[in-house]
Design a protein around this ligand. Structure first.
Ligand code: SAH
Length: 460
């Protein structure tokens, strides 16, 4: 077979790539087709051919898949936020569970039969609508020169206007309209990435689902926000508005937030509650975006830790101390380590707020704090919990964990590829994988959270 760019191919979509693209074969040659769903029969136009695969654009769905659903969002194809809204939720869950399993086998080198024995069913949501408590809307300018808010298109930085994202809080819309209205009225410019000019870069929005409290933080390319009092006057009229601030970021970077927060009105943080623990959350602190699933994830982490009240627990990458405080109620003592100073401030305040005294927090990188404390103080752990960002744990951190020889390691991961890589290192260090369970924190996207538990090989 010889295929060329612009040829039309007929494909039966049989799988999905890691970015959510449908994969179908023409004469055995695989093509990735964005927006085609497993089970679809489609007509697609070839846009690029590589050695062993190609890319094609969806032209027409000839026979729709039985897993195809009507997406709630009008811009689901253009917007890069969700990738798989057109796939039924059940099928999304099935795909995510298989992805975790396959990564553990292919990248982690585990035997498929071992994974099938220890892996438990994925935990999904009963109703995924409006699950996110956080959104970071980029601000730009449309062709007519008006300010717009939306999300980036996939793999690009062009803004798809959308003020009412179906996975975000309903209040986002009125907040964004208020910000855009302020920009129009006072001729406040939107940032332009190409030229590096213009003021408003992003609007960060957060909502405490349990408290209802709302936080707005404008990220600006300048030292101050003109007519800030007018913006505050308008925003504070929105019910439950709790915190209005801005963050200065004048660097030409993809990093969204600046390093400091300037409070304009209200509190520096908002509150939320997960289970029986209340938290304060500042704009710069990490906080899980799906509180309903977070409760299930943390309960699972506590179950995996199997605490009886006598244990010393280290919670690495602890953020605002959420997992630490969940564990503290059932452990002798908990130590948390986190690199963001503001998150550690939140963590300490959260311990006080909940009257939890058997926790201590350290600011710094896990791969530096843990080895230093181990070398200098010979610290001990019965259970070590890690919850790193997507790139996974640093090798030095894993090496120290192995030296410390905890009874159990609980690994919470938002990227199954790096999870698999790190579990392989722990396995070679004498630990055995006992339990694994994916938790769907991010419906309609290709992302999935996974909890895993290891204990010393030979034990149980
Ligand atoms: N366990 C927390 C946070 C998990 S997100 C929760 O469930 O909310 C990962 C956290 O790791 C973030 O707060 C991030 O700031 C922090 N982090 C990133 N790199 C780190 C490092 N090298 N050492 C310690 N913390 C790090």
């Amino acid at each position: 077979m010889e295929y060329c760019k612009n040829d039309i191919v007929l494909l039966k979509i049989e799988d999905m790539g890691s970015g959510g693209e449908g994969i179908g074969k023409a004469d055995g040659f695989p093509f990735f087709v964005k927006d085609a769903v497993i089970g679809d029969e489609v007509e697609a136009k070839i846009i690029k051919i590589k050695k062993s695969y190609g890319y094609a654009r969806l032209e027409k769905v000839i026979t729709p898949s039985s897993f195809r659903v009507n997406p709630l969002c009008d811009v689901h194809r253009q917007c890069g936020g969700c990738q798989i809204q057109a796939l039924s939720y059940e099928k999304q869950l099935e795909w995510k569970a298989r992805k975790v399993r396959n990564d553990l086998v292919r990248i982690g080198g585990f035997a498929a039969a071992d994974i099938d024995r220890v892996m438990e069913s994925i935990i999904g949501m009963a109703d995924w609508r409006r699950y996110r408590n956080k959104a970071q809307f980029p601000i730009g300018t449309d062709k007519e020169g008006n300010p717009v808010a939306g999300f980036y298109a996939g793999r690009s930085h062009s803004i798809i206007a959308n003020r009412d994202c179906v996975i975000g809080a309903p209040e986002n819309k009125v907040i964004l309209e208020t910000v855009l209205d302020y920009m129009r009225r006072y001729h406040i410019s939107a940032y332009d990435e190409k030229s590096g000019r213009g003021l408003i870069r992003h609007v960060l929005l957060r909502k405490g689902f349990a408290s209802g409290e709302l936080l707005v933080c404008l990220v600006i390319n300048g030292k101050e926000l003109p007519k800030a009092d007018r913006l505050v006057d308008a925003l504070r009229r929105i019910p439950n508005m709790t915190s209005v601030s801005y963050s200065i970021n004048c660097r030409r970077t993809n990093v969204i937030m600046g390093e400091e927060i300037e409070l304009l009105w209200g509190s520096r943080s908002i509150r939320d509650r997960i289970g029986e623990v209340t938290f304060q959350i500042s704009p710069l602190s990490f906080y899980q975006v799906n509180p309903v699933q977070t409760k299930k994830l943390y309960d699972l982490a506590v179950e995996y830790a199997g605490l009886c009240g006598k244990e010393t627990v280290w919670d690495l990458y602890c953020g605002i101390g959420t997992i630490s405080l969940f564990m503290a109620r059932q452990a002798k003592q908990v130590f948390g380590v986190e690199v963001t100073a503001q998150a550690i401030e939140d963590a300490k305040a959260n311990a006080r707020r909940n009257g939890i005294r058997n926790v201590q927090f350290f600011t710094g990188k896990a791969e530096e704090v843990l080895p230093q404390k181990y070398a200098a103080e010979g610290i001990w752990a019965d259970v070590i919990v890690v919850d790193p960002p997507r790139k996974g744990c640093d090798e030095k951190c894993l090496a120290t964990i192995l030296q410390m020889q905890p009874e159990k390691i609980v690994y919470i991961s938002c990227d199954s590829a790096t999870l698999a890589r790190d579990l392989n290192i722990l396995r070679h260090g004498g630990y055995e994988l006992r339990r694994v369970r994916p938790v769907d924190q991010f419906p309609n996207t290709v992302h999935v959270e996974t909890a895993a538990m290891l204990s010393k090989a030979g034990g149980k």
